[in-house]
Design a protein around this ligand. Structure first.
Ligand SMILES: [Cu+2]
Length: 596
């Protein structure tokens, strides 16, 4: 039956502002649109039944913070957008109505569909014009947890995102006997307009990151490593004009970290009865923030990554980058409240929710962990670090800036035939150091068995990519015939990002042949994580699990690392390929991939 769905609720502005209560937002007094539906129903709650027909209306709602007016993008009146529940095997038809004065779009993140339904203006279609509409039609051939968001301008950073839950066709809707099923959409909200954030970052890359290391921390380091080493280390960083504490470009200084639109004070709560198994579908819809997720006192099992089932992995904590999703099962047995504690990677703030047997209960909120400090491994000098622990060996390296392409590198279009197949390797070698590229990873290392900067040795079991094993083996067992090596590059000082030291505007598309089996290798020359998203195809992460390698749509490339994944280019068309940190994407870390 194609009944028109009523997902969750139309959130009134009052409810939305309540959700953001910790920010002290005050509602504007303009006339309210339709607020018939009860604000007691969460728009992000999973609808009781799946539907293949939807009408999504996009608008903005203004509100005032102090003397400044800001705006958020709403879908059917809510931020985040309503959770959509679909069913594998259905033919989807979704009408999107644009009530804005500007173009908009919806991209169905992680959904495999025809290129012209992917929703990237200028790549897959023309966009949805102001006051216009567009109807998406595509067959649904997968199940799991996904999300949708605008791919136009900065709308995604201002609230235009929501969850997608797809029931499997031939499997129980609630595997593992889960009694409860919740979506948790994580986001980073700022009332500073995205274009102002960009111009501030352009002026000063650490604009939102002023917790530099102090004299006190120097003495702490000196106690650990000796004063000489500690000073050498500081001098080295200062010569490179980099900061070892430059973790996130945009921080809790201007961000509030939200769960389903609720600030930490508003305390989004998931109810349970003791002994029940609860499924949490965690989606990182933030613009710029990697989160570290845990429920202090409770272990849980990861059962899906990026919508795809994996063999359950028991852990205490995991890192989730923008655009990734993880499903987990947790089973609290005691009649008490547990805090869901989701720290921003740079520890400048956290999102917080609660698992509780009854509404209104709260658990203790732990202190934040120490902030990560970047190391030589992050600079791409992995093995050198191992050879000279304590970094004292680095003091002779006057200015890393001299260290460039003297290091031997594979030549362009080198044909390296592997033992098992004819593999053509396209490796341009380390990119030039220029205005668009500040650093070259001389010795990039495999970091798939590392949980991420700031998460090692914290006494908790933390998920790593190497632990992920797909529940069903890879469908395409052909070896790759081509390997494309790409360097992730950037210049923090000028806030420019790219692949192979080229901004999007200067780069040619990547060409793949239809049904080609290709390996993509990413070398991260920068000091930051980049969650890389290839539209339209699975990225089969080569994580040491052989044919049980996991299918992902978004893969964190850790600083100074090298990783690879396999792709079957089985859908023709033009596709987007980019970093999912929105300002990195907009400032150049974006390519098109053409499959023909
Ligand atoms: Cu990036």
């Amino acid at each position: 039956m194609n009944t028109r769905p009523r997902h969750g609720a139309t959130l009134s502005r009052r409810h939305f502002v309540t959700g953001l209560g910790g920010l002290g937002l005050v509602a504007c007094t303009k006339a309210e649109p339709d607020t018939r539906l009860s604000s007691l129903v969460e728009a992000s709650a999973i609808p009781p039944v799946a539907s293949s027909r939807h009408t999504l209306t996009i608008e903005t709602r203004p509100w005032v913070i102090g003397s400044r007016e800001s705006k958020g993008y709403t879908v059917n009146g809510s931020v985040p957008a309503p959770t959509l529940r679909w069913r594998e095997g259905d033919d989807m038809m979704i009408e999107v109505i644009n009530r804005l004065d500007t173009q908009t779009s919806i991209h169905w993140h992680g959904i495999r569909l025809p290129a012209d339904m992917d929703g990237v203006p200028g790549v897959s279609f023309a966009g949805i014009p102001a006051k216009g509409s567009f109807t998406y039609r595509f067959p649904l051939r997968q199940s799991g947890t996904y999300w949708y968001h605008s791919h136009s301008g900065m709308q995604e950073a201002q609230g235009l995102f929501g969850a997608i839950v797809i029931d499997p066709r031939d499997a129980p809707t609630r595997p593992y006997d889960c009694a409860r099923d919740y979506v948790m959409v994580l986001s980073d909200w700022s009332d500073v307009a995205p274009h102002d954030i960009i111009s501030n970052l352009k002026q000063q890359d650490d604009y939102y990151n002023f917790r530099q290391r102090t004299v006190a921390s120097l003495f702490h380091e000196a106690r650990q490593n000796g004063l000489g080493n500690a000073i050498d280390n500081r001098l080295m960083w200062s010569r490179m004009r980099m900061s070892a504490t430059d973790i996130s470009d945009v921080s809790g200084v201007i961000y509030s970290y939200l769960i389903n639109g609720h600030s930490p004070d508003a305390n989004w709560t998931a109810l349970f009865s003791p002994g029940e198994k609860i499924r949490l579908r965690v989606i990182n819809a933030s613009a710029m923030t990697l989160f570290d997720f845990r429920i202090p006192g409770l272990s849980f099992s990861i059962i899906a990554a990026d919508g795809q089932d994996v063999e359950p992995v028991p852990v205490d904590e995991f890192r989730i980058a923008p655009a990734e999703t993880y499903d987990l099962i947790v089973q609290p047995t005691e009649d008490r409240a547990w805090t869901i504690f989701v720290q921003a990677e740079d520890r400048t703030g956290y999102a917080r929710g609660t698992l509780a047997p009854r509404k209104g209960m709260t658990g203790p909120i732990p202190p934040m962990d120490p902030r990560p400090v970047r190391s030589m491994i992050d600079m791409g000098m992995g093995r050198m670090e191992a050879q000279s622990p304590g970094m004292s060996g680095m003091s002779g390296m006057s200015g890393m800036s001299g260290m460039t392409s003297s290091h031997s590198a594979p030549s362009t279009h080198e044909n390296r035939s592997s033992a098992s197949s004819h593999l053509v390797v396209e490796d341009p070698g380390p990119p030039p150091r220029n205005v668009e590229n500040q650093n070259v990873a001389l010795d990039p290392v495999n970091r798939l068995a590392e949980p991420g900067d700031g998460l090692g040795n914290n006494g908790r079991r933390v998920l790593t990519y190497a632990m992920l094993r797909a529940l069903s083996p890879a469908p395409d067992l052909r070896p790759p015939t081509r390997e494309i090596v790409l360097h992730l590059t950037g210049n923090m000082m000028r806030y420019i990002w790219g692949f192979d030291a080229k901004k999007f505007s200067e780069a040619d598309p990547i060409h793949l042949t239809l049904n080609e089996r290709v390996r993509i290798t990413l070398i991260n020359d920068t000091m930051m994580e980049h969650p890389i998203h290839l539209h339209g195809f699975w990225s089969e992460l080569e994580n040491g699990q052989g044919d049980s390698r996991p299918n992902k749509h978004t893969i964190i490339s850790q600083p100074g690392s090298r990783l690879s994944y396999l792709v079957t280019a089985d859908t023709p068309g033009m596709w987007a390929f980019h970093c999912h940190l929105i300002y990195h994407m907009h400032l150049g870390m974006f390519r098109t991939v053409v499959v023909s």
